[in-house]
Write a protein that binds this ligand. Structure first.
Ligand code: MG
Length: 233
């Protein structure tokens, strides 16, 4: 059965989150310096460590979206008593710099432009809907992705839950077996989409990653440029 719809993960797939996070945090610390870190690299490593832990608690349903932002800031600054309002304000100033300095991967816009006339396109993401719309709008990709926009904060469950993939298919108005999902996280995106009945494409951009064969039903993309031809096979 031919593929008629394509859903995308955002961070690490279309949007270069790692580069944007690094540029944004370093710009934020240049504007609002902190004591206590040996180097900018040390600060970035600490930010990523608390982000991984607290965002994981959000995805597990232990913290709300705004709570995880507050807790990350309190831990990073070493100020457990910081008010929620002040923590969110600090986060907002950081996020503004991160989004201003945000970049899409070079292959994202040309491939979305090629696919748009032939497929219904959309997003299924484990981040906040407002943040993802803003981010994709800043890098000029949002207009291609109007077919579906499903994020875990609004949907109420996160990938790899089948329900969030099915919600994306429903918004596209295409049944799951005629929808491809494209994402960079093997367990969450590739296995999650496959198990929900979609055609799963795993994006592996790291040129140093070994060519280990993935599990049954998972197709590997080294670049999004290979996606248009892959969808036709
Ligand atoms: Mg991702």
């Amino acid at each position: 059965m031919a593929i008629r719809g394509v859903l995308f993960d955002v961070d690490g797939t279309l949007f270069d989150y790692a580069a944007s996070e690094e540029a944004g945090l370093l710009a934020h610390l240049a504007a609002e310096p902190l004591d206590g870190f040996r180097s900018p690299a040390d600060a970035l490593a600490r930010w990523r460590e608390v982000t991984a832990e607290e965002y994981g608690r959000f995805l597990a349903g232990e913290l709300s979206f705004h709570e995880q932002q507050q807790v990350r800031v309190r831990r990073f600054l070493g100020r457990p008593g910081l008010s929620g309002r002040d923590a969110l304000a600090w986060y907002g100033r950081y996020a503004m710099r991160r989004d201003l300095l945000g970049v899409a991967f070079d292959d994202a816009a040309p491939v979305l432009r090629r696919l748009a006339p032939h497929y219904r396109l959309g997003v299924v993401s484990n981040a906040g809907a407002e943040a993802q719309r803003h981010k994709l709008s800043c890098v000029g990709l949002l207009s291609y992705l109007g077919g579906a926009f499903v994020c875990c904060d609004v949907h109420g469950a996160a990938k790899p839950a089948a329900s969030i993939f099915h919600a994306g298919c429903a918004e596209l108005d295409v049944p799951p077996h005629q929808v491809a999902y494209v994402g960079d996280d093997y367990a969450v995106d590739a296995l999650g989409a496959r198990d929900a009945g979609l055609r799963a494409y795993w994006v592996r951009r790291d040129p140093g990653a070994p060519d280990s064969p993935p599990a049954d039903g998972i197709r590997v993309l080294r670049t999004l440029h290979d996606l248009p031809a892959a969808l036709r096979t």
